[in-house]
Design a protein around this ligand. Structure first.
Ligand code: UDP
Length: 139
């Protein structure tokens, strides 16, 4: 069953390049409601835990060090059909392949530093949201 929620991070590259405001604006303009929001920084350890599903992939180590290289913005967002609509809004993993007007096409420069994360299933949205937010941090 769809929960109508997704989890996102604005990644260190987009934060460092000054895109927090524009990206949150894109979220809300696309109809996503902010349920939880946090400006924080992952450590090597917490980034490793968050991306544990990718532990066997060749880019895992670089991904973990990139994701802990600077602050990020974590958020839970709500909208009908949230997972699919959000993945459409952010675009393909590789910004060179991301559709015109998508967040990754506008703000990302490479497949690793690709501006934003978006959950790929309801189940992962739940797990990822719980990684960052307690019940009393959601509104
Ligand atoms: N990634 C990478 N190199 C790759 C593929 C992915 O560095 O060849 C990174 C990238 O930051 C991506 C994340 O690993 O967003 C998770 O990969 P996934 O395939 O789940 O892509 P996403 O769901 O983020 O589009």
């Amino acid at each position: 069953m769809s929960t109508n929620r997704t989890f996102t991070m604005i990644k260190p590259d987009a934060v460092a390049n000054g895109h927090i405001g524009s990206i949150i604006n894109d979220f809300t303009n696309a109809g996503f409601k902010i349920i939880a929001l946090k400006y924080t920084k992952l450590t090597d350890e917490t980034a490793g835990q968050f991306y544990a599903v990718h532990a066997e992939r060749p880019f895992y180590k670089d991904l973990v060090s990139f994701m802990s290289s600077g602050p990020i913005v974590a958020a839970i967002l709500e909208k009908d059909n949230a997972i699919e609509d959000f993945r459409k809004l952010i675009g393909a993993t590789n910004p060179a392949e991301a559709a015109e007007g998508t967040i990754r096409q506008k703000y990302a420069k490479s497949i690793d530093a690709n501006a934003v994360h978006g959950s790929d299933s309801d189940e992962n949205a739940e797990i990822e949201g719980n990684f960052f937010f307690k019940a009393d941090e959601r509104f």
